[in-house]
Design a protein around this ligand. Sequence first.
Ligand code: GDG
Length: 457
Amino acid sequence: MAGRLVVVSNRVGPVRGATRAGGLAVALVDALREAGGLWFGWSGRITEPGAGAGGVTEEHYRGITTATLDLTPDEHHDYYNGFANQCLWPLFHYRIDLTAYERRFYEGYQRVNVRFAQALQPLLRPDDILWVHDYHLIPFAETLRAMEQRQRIGFFLHIPFPSREVVLALPHHDRLAKSLMAYDLIGFHTQRDVERFVDYMVNELGGEFRDGRLRAFGREAVVKAFPIGIDTKAYADFVYTEDGQRQWQRVKSALRGRTQIIGVDRLDYTKGIPERFAAFERLLADYPDARGRVEFLQVAPLSREGVNEYAEIRSRLEGAASRINGHYAEVDWTPLHYINRTVSRRALAGLYRASKIGLVTPLRDGMNLVAKEYVAAQDPEDPGVLVLSRFAGSAWQMKSALIINPYDTVEVAEALQTARYMPLDERKTRHAELMKGLLEDDVTHWRRSYLQALDAA
Ligand code: GDG
């Protein structure tokens, strides 16, 4: 890659503690280190206007520069909680019913994108390559183009791109589509997202698509799928760290030979957690041999607590968890364990390893990294079984999992029962097939192939 890499994302992650934060932060920090790059975005702080919210804070660490801005309370309300998380997030996950559009959200979103682009512009060099992440920043490049910035700028969407009819429910959707065309490369997780985006751009907005290139609104962009991966090797090693081992042993002795099913998600209504609880309840109701022998551990750290729907799903799950335990628990057996705290990454790897079944049931998900982490943490000689929603982007790659429809609780309960009794040979074969994919398409492959495509765009 020729020039310096500039990553732009809503939140700038920790550069120092990136290994601990894991996932995407590590991948981006590695890329920035290779290219001596700049990471630009929101600091995570909310500051009253005039109290320093306007300025850029620059920090340097091992060849990486971070440049961050604070948001004002209004910006945080309208741009972040409002348009990003109450309009785009639910809509792109097919929840038109939860999409709370307000004109002021949209205006706030545009304003923050313009302010951010204006703040970045003086820091840019002519040969920089810019990689902009996710639904918070769709209009970002358009402002830079208006300021005569001619660098290569790529966009990557981490969430699904929905069907055309759903997009049409969003006021100003065509305005946003037009601003997307200011990018040179538009990346999605799966080929299905690419198809839905192209269908919308061509059949709704009169674009033309040929040989991977989209022409619309007088501009041209490359559109392509780049399925994100995890750092598979590093993840498998987490199990053998002190934290990983401690957690694994602790769970193993608490289980006393019982089978543990595990679910791990940010507490979010897209992840299908109520449906998962219902499927577990179905398992206990329909397969009496599971009672006393199976436990379900759900780790769900709270997220986006400023948005109403998140408080609602939280209380709904608390109700469901106590109802299931109230009905089925014995003095020496608690069927469902529900944790709202964040567990460290290494301890999480130990929890995955101690669980014979990984249950991943999003109703919609761009990719879903938990499915990949669960597989990477297994013992290849005695691996657990992944039960995975067909509506996760990862289902397109992880075909050797037990693929289910999360809305069909009977089918999910059947899959859990199949997983419980799956012979070792079959578990090993499925695990080996999944691991092969995870090692080939890891996070390094993801960022390299994206940046190569951007370089060539
Ligand atoms: C978006 C898209 C796409 C969860 N609980 C704990 C914890 N986690 C970690 C998991 C995993 C990450 O959070 C969640 O990643 P997902 O991919 O599952 O989901 P989103 O957060 O919704 O991410 C998604 C992703 O972007 C990347 O493009 O795959 O589709 O929605 O890494 O392990 N980590 C720790 N403790 C927890 O309690 N340490």
